[in-house]
Design a protein. Structure first.
Length: 479
C-alpha cells in the first residue's frame, strides 16, 4: 500500500482547515487550469501513452478493481472521515452506479454512515427516503417509487441500478439496526413542487399560515409552472418573487418550536422545501444572466443542504454524496476556478477540512452511455469513443489498461494539468473535443479514483431493454 494511506482521521480538527488554506496557495503555484487539456502534455508520448515517470507514478497508486474486496484500500483511506463524495463522469453509466452502490453499502454496514445524498430533487428523493425507511404508504417497491420520477432526465435515478440500491436500503433498515439510513436530494430545481409541499404541510399543521403561503407563492402563478418564463420575465422588468420566497422560509423558521411538536422529521422536510423554493428562485433568476452565478447558487445550495442533513442526523453523523465529478471534484484543481466557479467538493473541503472529506472521482476509457441529443430529447444509448489523446483517461488506459482503484498521494509526476472527460445528460460523441474535457490536476481534484476500462450504459426504467441485454447539469449545464 502506498505510504500515507489509511491513517485515522478525527472529527472537528482545525488543522484540516489550515491545510486547505495551504492547499490554495500551493495550487496557485501549479498554475491550475492552464489550457484545456488538449493535445500532448509533457507527461505523455504520441497516442496519449504515459511516459515512464508518469506510468510509474500511476502504478504506485493503483490497485486492481475486481469485486467488493478490492475496495479495502479505499475503506482504509476513508478511515474516520465524515463526508465521502462519490462522483461519476456521466449521468448514464452503469458501472458508476454499481461501484458507488458497493462503496455505499460498505460505508453503511462497516462504518455506520447515516445517509446518502444525491444530485436529485428534494421532493422526489424524499419519497425514496420514505420508502427505504418503510414509512406509511411509502410504496410497494423501489421500482414503483423510482418509476414515478418524471422530470427529465428521468434515467438519472429511475434506473435498475438505483432500484437495487433502494431495495437493499429497505432490507437493511428493516433489519436489527439502531438507526435507519436515509436517502435525500441535494438539488435546487423543484421550485413549484417544493412550494406545493410547503403549502400541503401548512394546511395540516397551521391552516392560517397555509393561506399566507398560498398568497405569497401566488406571486409565481402568472408563470404557470414554467421556470424559464419566470426567469425571462425577471430579466426584462425589475421585479421578482424573491421577497415572497424568503418570507415563507422565515415564517417557517420563526415558528419552528411549535411546528416541531407535530414531528421533527415532517418539519425538517417542510423547512427544506421552503429553502429549496427560496434558492430555486435565485437560481432561475441567475440562470438568465449567464456567467458562473447560477452554477454557484446551485452548488452552494447543495452544500447548505448537506450541512443541514448532517446537523439533522446529529453531531457524529456521516454522509455519502453521489454527484457528477464536476460537482464533487475540487474546482480549484480545474479550469472551473478561472471561470469563477466553485463546487461542492471545494466547499466541503473548505467547510469541514481536508481530513474530514474524501473526494472520489470516476472515469472510463470507452464504452456506452445513456444521454440525450438535446435538452428534453428522448434518451438514447450512445457510444462513448476511446478517450481523447493526451487526456487522463488515455494515460490511464496506456499505463493500466484494466479496471483500477487509484489512491492519490502528492507525486509531482501527476500534477500536470490534463483533460478529464465529463459527459452530461446532453451529449454529442462526435464533438467531444469541443467541450467534454475539463483541464484537471488529478491528485488535487480527487483523493481517489475508480477507473473503468470499458463502461456500459445504465438501464433506465422507462426504456425497453435491447436484445443484447443493454438498453437501446443538468439544466442548463447538463452536469
Amino acid at each position: 500500500m502506498p505510504a500515507g494511506h489509511g491513517h485515522a482521521r478525527g472529527h472537528g480538527h482545525d488543522g484540516g482547515r489550515e491545510r486547505e488554506r495551504d492547499r490554495d496557495r500551493e495550487w496557485q503555484d501549479h498554475g491550475k487550469g492552464k489550457g484545456k487539456g488538449k493535445g500532448k502534455g509533457k507527461g505523455q508520448k504520441e497516442g496519449g501513452m504515459a511516459n515512464g515517470k508518469v506510468a510509474r507514478a500511476i502504478g504506485e497508486v493503483a490497485y486492481s478493481l475486481e469485486d467488493g474486496g478490492s475496495l479495502d484500500p479505499l475503506m482504509e483511506r476513508i478511515g474516520d472521515s465524515r463526508v465521502v463524495l462519490l462522483g461519476e463522469a456521466s449521468h448514464g453509466t452503469s458501472e458508476y452506479y454499481t461501484w458507488r452502490d458497493r462503496i455505499s453499502r460498505r460505508l453503511v454496514e462497516e462504518m455506520g454512515f447515516d445517509f446518502i445524498a444525491v444530485e436529485g430533487d428534494w421532493p422526489d428523493c424524499y419519497r425514496v427516503n420514505r420508502f427505504v425507511k418503510d414509512m406509511p404508504e411509502s410504496g410497494a417497491s423501489g421500482r414503483d417509487v423510482l418509476h414515478a420520477f418524471a422530470r427529465w432526465p428521468t434515467w438519472m435515478w429511475a434506473n435498475r441500478e438505483v432500484v437495487e440500491l433502494t431495495e437493499w436500503m429497505r432490507r437493511h433498515n428493516d433489519g436489527d439496526v439502531q438507526k435507519k439510513v436515509g436517502f435525500y436530494g441535494l438539488d435546487v430545481y423543484s421550485l413549484w413542487e417544493s412550494m406545493e409541499a410547503v403549502e400541503n404541510y401548512l394546511k395540516r399543521v397551521d391552516p392560517a399560515a397555509a393561506k399566507r403561503a398560498r398568497s405569497a407563492y401566488g406571486c409565481f402563478d402568472p408563470y404557470e409552472n414554467d421556470v424559464q418564463e419566470y426567469a425571462m420575465a425577471t430579466s426584462l422588468v425589475p421585479t421578482s418573487c424573491e421577497d415572497e420566497a424568503v418570507a415563507m422560509l422565515a415564517e417557517l423558521r420563526h415558528r419552528a418550536p411549535e411546528y416541531r411538536e407535530d414531528g421533527r422529521e415532517s418539519y425538517f422536510n417542510a423547512e427544506q422545501n421552503a429553502l429549496v423554493a427560496r434558492n430555486a428562485e435565485r437560481y432561475y433568476r441567475a440562470m438568465v444572466r449567464g456567467g458562473p452565478s447560477s452554477w454557484n447558487v446551485r452548488d452552494t445550495h447543495m452544500i447548505e443542504t448537506l450541512e443541514r442533513l448532517l446537523e439533522h442526523h446529529g453531531p457524529d453523523s456521516r454522509a455519502i454524496v453521489w454527484e457528477h465529478n464536476t460537482h464533487i471534484g475540487d474546482a480549484r484543481a480545474t479550469d472551473m476556478a478561472r471561470a469563477g466557479m466553485v463546487n461542492v467538493g471545494q466547499l466541503a473541503r473548505q467547510k469541514w477540512g481536508g481530513d474530514e472529506v474524501v473526494l472520489i472521482g470516476f472515469a472510463s476509457h470507452r464504452g456506452s452511455v445513456i444521454a440525450g441529443a438535446e435538452w428534453g430529447a428522448e434518451m438514447e444509448r450512445m457510444k462513448v469513443p476511446p478517450a481523447q489523446e493526451g487526456s487522463w483517461e488515455a494515460v490511464l488506459h496506456s499505463a493500466l489498461g484494466r479496471d483500477s482503484l487509484l489512491i492519490f498521494d502528492s507525486d509531482e509526476a501527476l500534477t500536470e494539468p490534463r483533460g478529464h472527460r465529463a459527459i452530461g445528460v446532453v451529449y454529442h460523441p462526435d464533438h467531444e473535443r469541443f467541450g467534454n474535457y475539463v483541464a484537471t490536476i488529478l491528485p488535487h481534484r480527487y483523493d481517489a479514483m475508480l477507473y473503468i476500462e470499458q463502461s456500459h450504459a445504465v438501464h433506465p426504467l422507462h426504456m425497453t431493454p435491447a436484445e443484447d441485454g443493454e438498453v437501446p447539469e443538468t439544466f442548463p449545464s447538463g452536469m
